[in-house]
Design a protein around this ligand. Sequence first.
Ligand code: NAI
Length: 328
Amino acid sequence: MRVLVFSSHPHDEEYLTRANADHGHELVFVESRLRKSVAGLANGFDAICAFVNDDLSEPVLGALHQHGVRYIALRSAGFNHVDLDAARALGFTLARVPAYSPHSVAEHTVALILALNRKIYRSYNRVRDGNFALDGLMGFDLYERTVGIVGTGKIGERVAAALSGFGCKLLGYDPYPNPAAIDLGVEYVELDELFARSDVVTLHTPLTPDTFHVIDAEAVAAMKDGVMIINTSRGALVDTVAVIDGLKSGKVGYLGLDVYEEEEELFFENLSDRVITDDVFSRLLTFPNVMVTGHQAFFTQEAMTDIAETTMANLSAFERGEASGNEL
Ligand code: NAI
């Protein structure tokens, strides 16, 4: 099958090419992010492979269809960037990677909690500058602190497992409680109770109309003073302006983000010699108690291997006219 791989970076090419050895697809890699103006690149390809910030809205899907594309392999678990109704109406077959190392994102979540709490990002820079003063670096013991996990699926469960090792008290909110999380000591409560009782609130739900801005001004107001908020899930779960207001008032004591609601224009590229025009994002970077990583939580060798192997298996299933079980 001829496959055009959008948003391709050297690591994508390396892992997808290796996984393709057993499948024999013809993969062509382009760095460009998928959007309507570049959909024509897919002319003559059977399938495209897309990542989280590629645009799969109705106009782009329509353009891909006109150019003869019939299959879309998402190399992500999340599919909030796809207009599924339009894709189905056009007759596309789509598949995603529903599960890959949940440890990758869970461990990055814990890394953000620890780095923010113990201000590792600040002490690293200080020590390199010969400044060994401790002022402003005080953290707190995670032991017996309460962590609220919103969404206790595969990743949320692994976060619970890691934090139970630190002796944290664990609260969970999920419309479908996970028995494995209960075994790890997660106490399921309503969302407002989770906000009111948690020292750390960490988000692990998909982005849906129900979860859009689940952290808004009202949610922030319901939280403990000095709360730590962590989002390694999808940017639009958090109303960034509301959280900035919380940071300015001191209500929010720490913010750790791996995702940002307008990240499409920023993440996965080296913009170090350009002016960032997103004033909300720029404001976030001015706070001493905010840490942002650029959507790298999934980025481990194990997760990349899982993603590449499942993507190739999905493409092979398309080619054979069979279902992989990962269709949307
Ligand atoms: P999952 O499907 O195993 O778990 C999601 C959980 O969220 C489920 O238990 C579901 O019942 C729950 N949920 C659904 N609606 C909810 C609501 N309104 N409130 C609370 N909980 C709700 O998914 P998994 O693998 O744990 O991934 C979670 C999310 O992590 C993904 O949807 C994706 O957005 C994000 N992610 C981020 C990555 C990164 O690199 N930063 C990489 C991979 C995933």
